[in-house]
Design a protein around this ligand. Structure first.
Ligand SMILES: [Zn+2]
Length: 274
């Protein structure tokens, strides 16, 4: 009986200690994030962009990742609700960046900015939309036209013309507007790390070919499905004549050493921006 009581007390002590540890570590993490300035407001403040004036230099260019741009009507579709923003919010965010003096660039311009003899002056930002959903055409593209900014859309070519994805004609139209760079995002959106090298290569080359041969769009930029890459995959993307690739690595520092794994920030970080 006594022994049992003691055990229960011990368990309680352990629980209290564990809770204290969790509270303390959460506090420390929050504190650390605050110290390291991990939010877009600080990204923006730090964006005097040049971090070193010698080549190779790095630039502070926030690349923002968007997914769905729509008003989600299904209240139970938490994933979609979490990843979606409305066209109104998109417009507000774009205007906020414009008022902060940001110049919107395509992803394909970033290698050029990094290859210049002397670091460019100015504040640059890129907005990217993955997957090539139809709502890019119906909801985001009107905002892009209205605000006159540049954006990059990464298309999964195997899904083109399917329900909820853009059609050939819509992709051509956004590309011809001069405001939208169209990049490749593989043919089937498979994690390239999970398949054979030959298969991965055909996914990379095939998506670029579709856009270039069938739609007549010159493709320079690539986005890894699920942000998944390794040295071999990076080499394949390079060999297929892409000039850069975006990853899901969080951050805003871009340099020649991460040309094929450019950092991005998710729309969630952007929400902290007022
Ligand atoms: Zn994707």
């Amino acid at each position: 009986m006594v022994k049992k009581k003691r055990t229960r007390k011990d368990t309680l002590d352990v629980l209290i200690l564990a809770s204290a540890a969790i509270v303390l570590s959460t506090f420390l993490v929050i504190k650390l994030l605050a110290i390291s300035g991990f939010n877009l407001r600080n990204f923006v403040k730090r964006s005097q962009n040049v971090e070193s004036d010698q080549k190779p230099y790095s630039l502070n260019i926030p690349i923002i990742t968007y997914h769905y741009i729509e008003i989600v009507t299904d209240k139970n579709d938490f994933l979609r609700k979490n990843m979606a923003i409305t066209p109104t919010e998109l417009k507000r965010e774009i205007n906020e960046l414009k008022s902060q003096g940001y110049e919107f660039v395509f992803i394909k311009e970033i290698p050029k900015l990094l290859h210049m003899e002397t670091p460019p002056t100015g504040k640059f930002v890129a907005i990217t939309f993955d997957d090539g959903y139809r709502d890019f055409y119906t909801d985001a593209f009107p905002v892009i036209k209205e605000t006159g900014v540049k954006a990059t859309v990464f298309v999964i070519t195997g899904f083109v013309n399917y329900q909820n994805y853009m059609t050939d004609e819509q992709i051509k139209e956004v590309s011809q507007s001069g405001l939208v760079e169209v990049g490749a995002h593989t043919m089937s959106h498979i994690d390239l790390r999970s398949i054979t090298s030959a298969h991965a290569d055909s996914e990379i080359v095939g998506s670029k070919d579709y856009l270039e041969s069938k739609l007549g769009i010159k493709v320079e930029s690539f986005s890894y499905p699920f942000g998944g890459f390794n040295n071999e995959i990076t080499q394949m993307v390079k060999n297929a004549s892409h000039t850069s690739a975006v990853s899901d690595i969080s951050g805003t520092t871009q340099s020649l050493s991460n040309l094929y794994s450019l950092s991005r920030i998710r729309v969630g970080y952007f929400f902290k921006f007022e």
